[in-house]
Write a protein that binds this ligand. Sequence first.
Ligand code: ES4
Ligand code: ZN
Length: 335
Amino acid sequence: ETMRNFLQELPKCEHHVHLEGTLEPELLFELAKRNNIVLPEQFPKSKAELTERYNNFADLQDFLDFYYIGTSVLLTEDDFFQLAWNYFERVAKNDGLAHTEVFFDPQSHTERGVSMDTVVKGFKRGCEKAEEELGISTKLIMCLLRHLPSSHGLETINQAEEYIVNGHIHALGLDSAEKPFPPELFVECYEKVKQLHGSINLTAHAGEEGDHTYITNSLDLLNVKRIDHGVNSIQSVELLQRLSDERILLSVCPLSNIKLQVFKELTQIPLLKFLEHDVPFSLNSDDPAYFGGYILDNYIAIHENFGFKIEIWEKIVKNSIHGSWCHQSRKDELL
Ligand code: ES4
Ligand code: ZN
């Protein structure tokens, strides 16, 4: 209990949460009803049934099949606002979250005829209300879906041009099925956003299912400055040294790794290796509505399995503040 309080009060920063992955079963069914969305015949019919199914993902693709069905109930600007606001309110109040950089997947909405404007305006309104009323800081990261062709990614960047130029979209990421869609397929997309906004931040999912070359190629070819997941970096000592030297933050997602069977047990997540090689990492929730826990649950699960002493927690929290993409003045407040 005192440990829970300690972890709750740490100035935590989240770098890896998909807003569509914060869609709780309750809101999913509510929006499906409100928007007259017919869910697939085999889709679980109740909250209890759905939650139960979420305990049995075979792998990343099995999860993604559910995730994209869930996404399909989001239609109006208010839906996107409500999704984001529910998440911000929950983690600000329950989890002691200070700063959060949230992913969204516009292509999973534009493909269904929902406009980029609807998506970004709804999420942006959620961010603004959270900053004003909850005192947390937020950033939006647009992700491209790597299972779609890069031409679709380029079109998506064009649709988002206004928001990339004005900074409402603060960073670019890359998600969805990692294999067989290596980073080199998206070089043009990363070059294009950099042209639109020279100081835009860049990240990519890499080394969750893909091997260490997915990480190295994301750094070399996409010029990303952060790696989402990145746990397969342990396959290469040279890479660990590089991540440490260049202060590349890995956004590690413990409960996600268990639910998607990346590791059998939390103790197998290579946090000790990262600490030993001084590789910066943060702890994150990924898709909290699907993986059974928000950011504090991830911190608690790691504490229960690693028993880190206070100095280690301070190091983890400091590294996640330093690796954040907020203004230096905000970092100084949190440090
Ligand atoms: C995701 Cl865990 C994970 N991996 C890749 N893409 C994703 N989108 C949402 N969650
Ligand atoms: Zn993710």
